[in-house]
Design a protein around this ligand. Sequence first.
Ligand SMILES: [Zn+2]
Length: 292
Amino acid sequence: MVKKLIVVVLVLGGSLSAQSPTRAKTSPPKSVRLYVFDCGMLTISTEGVTRYHVTPAEVVEPRMPVPCFLVAHPKGTLMWDVGVIPDEIVEKQASSGGARYDVNSTAAALVTRTLKGQLAEVGYTPGDITYVAISHAHKDHSANLNQFAASTWLTPPAEREFMWKPGNERVEPSFFNKLEKSKSISLEKDEYDVFGDGAVIIKAAPGHTPGHQVLVLRLASTGRVMLGGDLYHYPPERTLHRAPPDNEFNVQQSATSRSAIEAYLTKTKTPIWIQHDFKTIANLKKSPAYYD
Ligand SMILES: [Zn+2]
């Protein structure tokens, strides 16, 4: 009887706080959590597959998911990669089955859920997020950056320079123009320990873009995991040791980063999640469930 009463009080409390204009901030978790959000899907043409030096038969599933990730740490939060279509466009197109956007001539995006809606589901607003970082500034990783202009932006200086380079067709400045004056931390070393306890580390892996980076997490139950950005797009690039695509910002630098990251993964016994791999992402627990 006592237990039932407690449940009722908690449910009422939850609905009251959701309606309150002065929303109480979600209290930090006791240990690190990783939430996986659905930020869309890319349909890739045959030409789009073969640019990664793999064939449609080798990749089996050519579509590429676009996940976004929230790391909730006892000392703050980190958003990692922020989607392919800005939320305000997704909201406008919601009645027509989702928002569509051609990232380039080989990749067509469809987004049906907003990032801020998925954040709200687990108790956060973009304004609550302590840090924002992207693996790199290509259009399919940066669409909602402007929503995180109040967060501290963690970026290598080379990526910042790439983002504001005049005439750079690989980026969309309207996705991130509000970050120009945001508080930021310049990541100039191989590793940056976000919360100072070794649980959340950003590692440099340049080549795909000048400041491409990956995220390494140490979770209490799940163990270690690397979110690999676009170091690879399809698993056979890795297992069949194919050369990086010809349209990398720097092909040689990409190859060097791949070797260094592979050595690190082996040494630290860390699995890598290839962020655009259909099977990897399909099999992950999605928010509001989380990894801890
Ligand atoms: Zn990508």
